[in-house]
Design a protein around this ligand. Structure first.
Ligand code: GLP
Length: 248
């Protein structure tokens, strides 16, 4: 399941083409989208191909997660990220995009509604994933049960440290988030996880060696019938050659 591409840009190009093909084949498809620096080249590539974009009017998107306590207009909210990197440029209508609302006064209800909205839409055709250095997917931190639906999570010290680089001061970094659950992710018909850079190499090594175990959330993908992991050479550098499929 480990595919190695020559560069992050090659992954981005491949994924952009894949997303376009998905939408062409199923104009009303439901895409699960991710944030993080890994996804920036992917969305940039997709926008480069904007002219080749099929009709997007029936598309619906569902983001994995959102910080609790950051309004949509906060530059570090995932809502803001998605608008900046993708939604504004594709001209998607508000009714087509879904992100958990981390400002909701009834978070429990918000979580239940989010999973229910995905299910009511017929489930996700495709889920894009990044990965935290501790193996989290979405914000499903180590120890999250595999049968979890959308829920509130306290961010681990590791995640707070990793992600505080985006905030002016570490104190601004939220302590909690809403994340799609592992079951929501696993219910997607196709999943692709992307990891790039040397700082993800040890995470990929642990993922390769781990059985499907909540201690390494990304390892759940080993139980998915249609999941792939896309790596650049740096992220793949600690994996044995026999585990890798090289994509030209
Ligand atoms: C955050 C997000 C994850 C993402 C991870 C990796 O924690 N919740 O969905 O996969 O960051 O981010 P990056 O791509 O910046 O390494």
């Amino acid at each position: 399941m480990f595919f190695v591409f020559p560069s992050p840009d090659a992954i981005a190009e491949h994924l952009a083409q894949h997303l376009l093909e998905l939408i062409r084949n199923k104009p009303d498809c439901r895409l699960g989208l991710a944030t993080g620096s890994t996804m920036e080249p992917v969305y940039a590539r997709l926008l480069q191909h904007k002219d080749a974009c099929p009709d997007l009017s029936q598309l619906r998107t569902f983001n994995l997660d959102e910080y609790i306590g950051l309004p949509a207009k906060h530059p570090q909210s995932y809502h803001y990220y998605m608008c900046q990197h993708l939604f504004n440029h594709l001209g998607l209508d508000k009714t087509q995009i879904n992100l958990p609302n981390g400002m909701c006064s009834n978070l429990e209800q918000e979580c239940a509604n989010y999973s229910a909205t995905i299910a009511k839409a017929g489930g996700l055709d495709f889920q894009l994933l990044g990965v935290g250095t501790n193996g989290h997917i979405g914000f499903n931190e180590p120890g999250t049960p595999f049968d979890s639906l959308t829920h509130v999570i306290e961010l681990s010290a590791n995640t707070r440290l990793d992600n505080s680089r985006f905030f002016d001061s570490p104190k601004e970094m939220p302590t909690h988030a809403i994340t799609m659950g592992i079951k929501d992710i696993m219910d997607a018909r196709e999943v692709i996880l992307v990891a790039t850079g040397e700082h993800k190499a040890e995470t990929m090594n642990l993922l390769y060696r781990s059985p499907a175990d909540p201690a390494m959330p990304a390892s759940v993908l080993k139980l998915h019938p249609n999941a792939r992991i896309y790596l650049d050479p740096a992220a793949a550098s600690r994996l044995p050659e026999e585990a890798l499929y090289h994509v030209e």
